[in-house]
Design a protein around this ligand. Structure first.
Ligand code: AMP
Ligand code: MG
Ligand code: MG
Length: 289
């Protein structure tokens, strides 16, 4: 089922950089968001913070030139974990995490949430698997743009703005200005009928290995699932029980699929079964004629 969202949280990270490949690990230096409600055609609120990089605390001249973010801006800023918790509290304060009118994060491209957030979480010793779901599935506005403006290529923010008849306001590559411009694009796209549905989810390969207990009848196997994808789980279970495992269920009977795997807590127990197990069970349940 697809849901069209009305409340959009625009997010655009800026990060440490240099000409060519970025420093390792690359770290977030600005964490901004703009909240808009498409029904009210207006800005609701903004969140804005610089972030102090700890692995490479000194910004390159190139980075300051690109983003306009200066050494003194980040030197006195809180570290990522603290800013992330504040951002989450801000989302909660606006009741965006669930309920009848949840919000969704909108980014320009997939880099912010598919690459930068997992890299930053690892660098800050936070598990990406444990960040709330709102940060793990999002709307890439480039995809909404391409769908709505058939034929127009979504190269970058300046091109998309100009295609929509909008001026670039503020400083491109300053996170808060980028957010405001993305927000204006979202409103312009909504005005010509675009609907805002999730376009992208965090790739299973970005999650850390997941420890699980697999149960088959009386047998138990402790395993580490390297990738949260059903074929990987079934392959691992087949190896562990030396048989062709066809399905897995949680203890309350829910059939495991990729979406369920993304939310599964570490150490969960799953009941697995081969086709033969399932046939035998079905036979046992059918009373003889
Ligand atoms: P953006 O949202 O487009 O401003 O870019 C986000 C981050 O990507 C920046 O803060 C930089 O870390 C990196 N980045 C963007 N453009 C470049 C570039 N031309 N060269 C190196 N890094 C870049
Ligand atoms: Mg960006
Ligand atoms: Mg930016």
């Amino acid at each position: 089922m697809t849901t069209s969202f009305n409340r959009l949280v625009i997010l655009d990270f800026e990060a440490t950089c240099q000409p060519g490949t970025p420093p390792t690990p690359q770290e977030i230096i600005e964490f901004p968001s703009v909240l808009i409600d498409l029904r009210e055609e207006g800005f609701i609120d903004e969140f804005e913070s610089f972030v102090r990089p700890v692995h490479h605390p000194q910004l390159s001249e190139f980075c300051t030139e690109l983003t306009s973010i200066r050494q003194e801006d980040v030197a006195s800023a809180p570290v990522f974990s603290e800013v992330f918790d504040r951002h989450l509290a801000w989302l909660q304060g606006h009741h965006l995490l669930g309920g009848e009118d949840p919000g969704v994060i909108v980014t320009c491209g997939d880099w912010d949430l598919s690459t930068m957030l997992p890299v930053q979480c690892r660098a800050s010793e936070r598990s990406i698997a444990e960040v709330p779901r709102i940060y793990r599935r999002w709307i890439n506005i480039k995809k909404i743009f391409s769908k709505t403006r058939r034929g127009a290529k979504a190269f970058g923010m300046p091109t998309m703005l100009s295609n929509l008849g909008l001026e670039l306001v503020g400083r491109h590559h300053r996170g808060i200005d980028d957010c405001r411009n993305i927000a204006r694009m979202a409103q312009a796209l909504a005005a010509v009928g675009a609907s805002f549905e999730v376009t992208t989810s965090l790739s299973p390969s970005r999650y850390p290995p997941l420890p699980l207990v697999l149960a088959r009848g009386e047998q138990r196997r402790h395993v580490n699932l390297s990738k949260r994808a059903l074929p990987t789980l079934l392959g691992l279970a087949s190896g562990a029980f030396r048989d062709s495992i066809a399905e897995a269920r949680t203890l309350d009977g829910a059939l495991v699929d990729d979406e369920l795997l993304a939310e599964l807590p570490s150490g969960s127990q799953l009941e697995v079964a081969s086709k033969r197990d399932l046939a035998a069970r079905a036979g046992a349940e059918t009373p003889p004629e």
